[in-house]
Design a protein around this ligand. Structure first.
Ligand code: ADP
Ligand code: MG
Length: 591
């Protein structure tokens, strides 16, 4: 066959295929246009799952009559003029092809009245053919109606999923935009039924309720972090709330919903060891960064981006999520469904064990979110029935004031709180205390203490080389280390905070940490090193503590910002409420 230039209508249908895949993609483009137009109210209604009608009305800037024709022409946009502009895009649209694409596969009409204009105007497009501009009465803003989508592309129609699925897609999509833009009032009507109405008051928690429902939404933990030019906000599920796939992991980058496997991987990695195999968290995260930090011009659907500094973005996500998780890690309480006595003997409960029949008293912590909930292991929004909470939530953030009762098993402290008994893991608690003291000191120079007798440490060559490279970091922490013959190093000083530590063991631990290095971020390495050293320096299980030492541990813990976990994420304390004990002793009705 000879090569032919395709007729315009065929070419535009092919191009449209990339932008308009299904009714939800039309909704997406129209909502994005309304957001770009500065609307504070966007109303969306569809009929027959969007096949008969999609109507999006906004109160944004409007389109002057003379711009209506360009608006529906391919590669016509008001959002971009030079190639240079592509480097820092701040609007959701920029390709100038959505309206043209939609117009080529449907019957489209745009009615618009710009701010200050006396009257409005309307333009109709049918299968890519534009009609004339007509005068039309209209409130300020724009109404776009898309009728009979794909009426001229039967192949597309065939590929649409069931009406229920398509409606679900539309609802999910609008809900996401409502979450991303809590200052905009969204109304969504599907076949005459109002399914979403947000207030536009800027409160994301409120919109979250629509997105995840009143069972799940209040349990979502807030993420709030800033690393250099990256800001990460949003919500993630606590470890007790999971699903069997990644579909509830949502990312917005600069206000744009983005599908990116590596971003979700970064998120999932942050839950490392905290979720059971095959379970995934729920999340809605909003990343903000300078427009120059990413390229959004990857695909016509604009759901992919390229990051200039990929690794930094991913580790920022990972850190932000990890931090939020640790800050909110609840004090595990004993589950009434397990035998109380047998639970007492369980030792060394690592985070990954948390999934096994433990319930949590969770509070949403120090990031400004209200609403505490007792969270029960095993809640699954896929539909499993949650078990009733085993005990009342732990009051307050952090931990309450505790009265020391004593030590037992040379491993644990027992303390009384206002509402029950606290069992504290002395080692984990001390690790946490040292860690926070260390991190606190880190803002200035960490004080170091000279050793009376410098300690020589021998290392295998590979480790020695690693250590050599990291000597400057070590000195930041208060370690003074110098080469002392091949493979040998002399430790001259250690951090004052850890003056009782065995210097050679500490150095070996540090080298191990360098060897394991998989995180690219300096600050992260530092935190990990500190966590390692603290682990080494903390009192051990099996160490008998004086009453003063026990008391010091409790007070130390009380002044921690995240007293409930050790720096590695393990629980520092378990909690038994009076209420639970009463029930266990049969003082309150039968179980
Ligand atoms: P893009 O959004 O990439 O610019 P579109 O085809 O979606 O391309 O829209 C073309 C142009 O039409 C936009 O650049 C904008 O100027 C105008 N426009 C579209 N929808 C609206 C709206 N709801 N309010 C105001 N202007 C709009
Ligand atoms: Mg657009």
């Amino acid at each position: 066959m000879p090569i032919r230039i395709l007729p315009a209508n065929v070419a535009s249908q092919i191009a449209a295929g990339e932008v308009v895949e299904r009714p939800a993609s039309v909704v997406k483009e129209l909502v994005e246009n309304a957001i770009d137009a500065g609307a504070s109210f966007i109303s969306i209604s569809t009929e027959d799952a969007g096949q008969r009608l999609i109507e999006v009305a906004d109160n944004g800037s409007g389109i002057p009559p003379e711009d209506l024709l360009p608006a529906v022409s391919r590669h016509a946009t008001s959002k971009l003029s030079t190639a240079e502009d592509l480097l820092h895009i701040t609007t959701l649209g920029f390709r100038g092809e959505a309206l043209a694409s939609i117009g080529s596969v449907s019957r489209l009409s745009i009615t618009s009245r710009p701010a200050g204009a006396e009257a409005g105007a309307r333009l109709r497009v049918e299968g890519g053919e534009s009609g004339n501009i007509e005068a039309a009465g209209a409130p300020q803003g724009t109404v776009v109606r898309v009728e009979n989508l794909f009426y001229n592309v039967p192949a597309r129609l065939k590929f649409l999923k069931s009406k229920g699925t398509e409606r679900g897609q539309i609802q999910a999509l609008v809900t996401r935009y409502a979450l991303a833009y809590p200052h905009i009032r969204f109304h969504l009507k599907l076949d005459g039924r109002a399914v979403l109405q947000t207030s536009g008051n800027g409160n994301r928690r409120e919109v979250l309720l629509h997105a995840f429902g009143k069972e799940t939404a209040p349990k979502m933990l807030e993420v709030l972090a800033n690393y250099d030019e990256y800001a990460i906000t949003g919500f993630i599920s606590p470890t007790s709330l999971t699903r069997s796939n990644r579909r509830e992991i949502i990312f917005f980058v600069n206000g744009r919903p983005i599908q990116d496997v590596s971003l979700s991987t970064a998120l999932i990695n942050a839950y490392h060891n905290l979720l059971m195999v095959g379970r995934y968290p729920l999340a809605v995260l909003f990343l903000e960064m300078p427009p120059e930090a990413l390229d959004v011009n990857v695909h016509p659907a604009k759901t992919e981006v390229r990051f200039r500094e990929r690794d930094r973005v991913f580790s920022a996500v990972q850190r932000a999520v990890r931090r939020a998780l640790l800050a909110h890690t609840p004090v595990p309480g004993l589950d009434t469904s397990t035998d109380l006595l047998s639970s007492w003997s369980q030792e060394d409960r690592r985070p990954r064990d948390i999934d096994l029949g433990w319930s949590f008293a969770q509070d949403s912590g120090d990031q400004g979110s209200e609403g505490r909930d007792a969270i029960v292991e095993g809640i699954d929004i896929d539909g499993e029935q949650p078990a009733p909470p085993s005990q009342a939530p732990l009051p307050g953030s952090g931990m309450p004031l505790l009265r020391l009762v004593g030590q037992f098993g040379s491993k644990f402290l027992v303390a009384e709180g206002p509402d029950g008994i606290y069992l504290i893991d002395q080692h984990a608690a001390h690790e946490r205390i040292l860690f926070e003291q260390f991190m606190e000191q880190r803002s200035s120079a960490i004080p170091s203490q000279k050793l009376l007798h410098p300690v020589p440490v021998d290392l295998p060559p590979a480790s020695a080389r690693l250590l050599e490279e990291q000597i400057p970091i070590l000195s930041k922490f208060g370690f003074e280390v110098e080469p002392f013959g091949p493979g040998t190093y002399l430790v001259r000083a250690v951090p004052a905070l850890l003056s009782n530590i065995d210097p050679s063991a500490a150095l070996r631990v540090l080298v191990e940490e360098f060897e394991e290095d998989e995180t690219p971020l300096q600050a992260e390495i530092e935190a990990r090193i500190i966590a390692r050293v603290c682990k080494r320096a903390a009192v051990k299980a099996g160490q008998v503590l004086s009453t003063e030492e026990q008391q010091a541990l409790i007070s130390g813990l009380e002044s921690c910002r995240s007293p409930r976990t050790c720096p590695h994420g393990r629980s520092t304390m378990l909690y038994l409420s009076v209420d639970l004990l009463e029930r266990q002793f049969g003082r309150r009705g039968a179980r």
